[in-house]
Design a protein. Structure first.
Length: 132
């Protein structure tokens, strides 16, 4: 039974829900289809659903047994390959947000003197290893 049948009935009549409980089996099927662990349904004082994500580790190996290159090194490689590449372009290439790229650049600044020289359109990356 819905917690509030007065609200559930017009939602049913409008076609937003089929009937109570049909979404749970759809959710389980979708998780299994995606290769995820089945969700947990918890009914205490309230109702909660725990949906599990895929377990992704940082040192995952690729098909040919090569270790995955950390993203921060990929950022550095992109800078060396094209000194005119923007943080926005790197974000698109690496499929992350521009903010993530900027955090990676801040981490790289611990080992390198990195700065963007020039305008946002015509500038370039200046990268010099820090002297110990």
């Amino acid at each position: 039974m819905p917690p509030n049948p007065v609200l559930a009935n017009p939602i049913y009549l409008a076609g937003y829900i089929e009937r109570m409980g049909t979404g749970t089996s759809d959710l389980v099927s979708a998780c299994e289809k995606a290769g995820l662990k089945s969700p947990e349904f918890i009914q205490d004082e309230d109702f909660r659903v725990v949906i599990y994500r895929k377990n992704v580790t940082q040192n995952v190996t690729q098909n040919k047994g090569e270790k995955k290159v950390p993203r921060i090194l990929k950022v550095l490689q992109l800078m060396f390959a094209n000194i005119h590449i923007s943080a926005e372009e790197m974000a698109v290439k690496l499929k992350v947000t521009e903010r993530t790229i900027r955090r990676d650049i801040d981490k790289l600044r611990e080992q390198y003197d990195i700065e963007w020289v020039g305008s946002s359109k015509n500038g370039y990356w200046k990268i010099v290893p820090k002297k110990d």
